[in-house]
Design a protein around this ligand. Structure first.
Ligand SMILES: Nc1ncnc2c1ncn2[C@@H]1O[C@H](COP(=O)(O)OP(=O)(O)OP(=O)(O)O)[C@@H](O)[C@H]1O
Ligand SMILES: [Mg+2]
Length: 277
């Protein structure tokens, strides 16, 4: 069976800096693969290559078997790749609902004529976009006001809106860049449940995350990057025991967590607890 996403020997250099230096992994339908590693390891850079925002210096990326390595972001998005950002990127001044409706424009067929003339067909498609946006906001469990400006929502709610917008694009593959960052304990538990429900829709997920409890709980496989290089790839259990992984984490900044440390679901309930240290 063809993988949804296949990344082979991906490389990306910025001048002398090898941000990604030989990354390979694949993701199937309804599969969650996490990419972990210390700060600056190249995780976000890899996402930027997969989405076509950066042009890789080497390697190959395929989506559903089709080579997208040199494609534009719009062409890659049209093939069903959607993402969220490490720092939430919403249209802050726009109403929450409109942020999510924006996602539907990837597949909603609207003609300029209909829009200009406000034809019944145009109004129907606008209604369809609104209905679908509401459904995704329900799906992510948004509690706050949907008509007010997105910037007025609490941070955790803004993260949900961003995921709803990514889902409104009807992706086959969803890339989440540190979705748990800045969330409290309860919100992390809800995120865990949400990620599982997204997988339940058949969507493949690549998760970049520093919260090891979340990663270990939810991932089918984990890929570990350090200074752009892939140092491990396996099940959560294999990766947490891997000496190279433990070394990479212990040798890095204090704020990085050791894999196996307890996250949102751990008994300690503290993401900074170092179970294996
Ligand atoms: N646009 C850019 N220009 C130059 N160097 C960059 C650029 N983007 C990233 N880098 C460098 O590439 C390396 C990888 O950065 P990247 O943001 O991918 O790391 P990361 O694993 O996502 O880290 P974090 O966990 O802190 O988000 C770093 O050395 C970074 O400074
Ligand atoms: Mg990053």
């Amino acid at each position: 069976m063809t993988a949804l996403l296949e990344v082979k020997d991906l490389r990306l250099a910025f001048g002398g800096v090898k941000a990604v230096d030989g990354l390979s992994f694949d993701v199937g339908e309804s599969e969650i693969v996490s990419v972990i590693g210390p700060n600056g390891a190249g995780k976000t850079s890899a996402f930027n290559c997969i989405t076509g925002f950066y042009r890789p210096s080497g390697g190959r990326i395929t989506i559903g078997g089709a080579d997208v390595t040199r494609m534009r972001t719009s062409a890659i998005a049209a093939r069903g790749v959607s993402r969220t950002f490490q720092n939430v990127r919403l249209f802050g001044d726009l109403p929450v609902l409109d942020n999510v409706r924006a996602g539907t424009h990837l597949w909603l067929r609207q003609h300029v004529f209909d829009a200009l003339l406000h034809t019944p067909r145009y109004r129907r498609s606008e209604q369809q976009a609104t209905d679908e946006a509401h459904r995704w906001l329900d799906f992510v469990g948004l509690r706050g006001d949907r008509t007010g400006a997105a910037r007025n929502l609490p941070y955790g709610e803004q993260r949900r809106v961003e995921i709803a917008r990514a889902l409104a694009r009807r992706p086959r593959l969803l890339l989440l860049d540190e979705p748990a960052a800045g969330l409290n304990h309860g919100e992390k538990l809800e995120l865990l449940d949400l990620i599982r429900r997204i997988r339940g829709l058949g969507i493949g997920i690549v998760l970049i995350e520093h919260d090891m409890g979340l990663v270990m709980e939810v991932s089918e496989r984990v890929v570990v990057l350090n200074f752009g290089r892939e140092i491990a790839d396996g099940t959560p259990e294999q990766v947490r025991r891997d000496p190279a992984v433990i070394e990479a984490y212990l040798g890095s900044d204090e704020d990085d967590e050791v894999p196996g440390g307890r996250g949102p679901t751990g008994a300690a309930g503290e993401e900074t607890a170092r179970a294996d240290a």
